[in-house]
Design a protein. Sequence first.
Length: 277
Amino acid sequence: MRRAAAAAVAVLALFALSACEDGAEGPTSPEPGAPSNALIDRVEIVSEPAANGTYLDGEELVFAVLLTSGEAVETTGEVFLIFDLGLASQPAALAASEAGRLEFRYEFRRGDYDGDGVSVPEGELMFAPGATLRIGNADLDASVRELAADPGHRVFARYSQGESLLFDTMLDRFPLDSLGLEGAIGCAEIEDFVPIVEAVLEGNAAGAATLFQLGWQTGGCATLTQDMPAIFLSAAIAEHRDEIYELVLAYGPGAGPGGQETTTNWWTLGDFLAEPP
């Protein structure tokens, strides 16, 4: 799949060059033929992230393109569905077809990120030179309707599950100094940690400090040891009052009441993470 994705990106570059040489009716459009009565009805995302509504590195995104006709589709060559991933456009490659349905796939690669969720812009399917989609003796209309961003299909492919990383000091986003702490903080349960994060996002550092102190006293929250190895497990991207933030679940060392060292699963903000040197 990684080779296929890389090849698809190369195809996009070739298409851009061809468009400059051949004009708007270059090889990015299917060869003219008899029009088909079949249309693309809609596009759906039929895959689900492994956990927390967020895809990680190596997971696969699957689109179903549903047609208005239930007839079989004859495919030739490489065909792509262009979708928006963060600030970039990416090609999902046609992987299967059946009566009334086309399936396109894309494997997330390290560094892919989308805090709002992937989406599909209005446009057309993209065809490699010589590629076709036909129903009977007619070309399929390649027009695609927009699919809005879906927060259940966000992307955080900065790390892979099981990868080693370090807890780092927080950036300007989380005023740890006002909490009287050093390093990062986390809690054993996401339900305990989210209110702390959202209090900080609202500018209520005192409220965040109180919530953390309660969790710390009961052993549910801890300060995370800076520059100590941890294991990345999963991530979730959430939104609070139109501000997007990242929550990451990692397994690593922390300090509880009296500085007692503890090791457990700690939810923390994505900005707390750093790659090992």
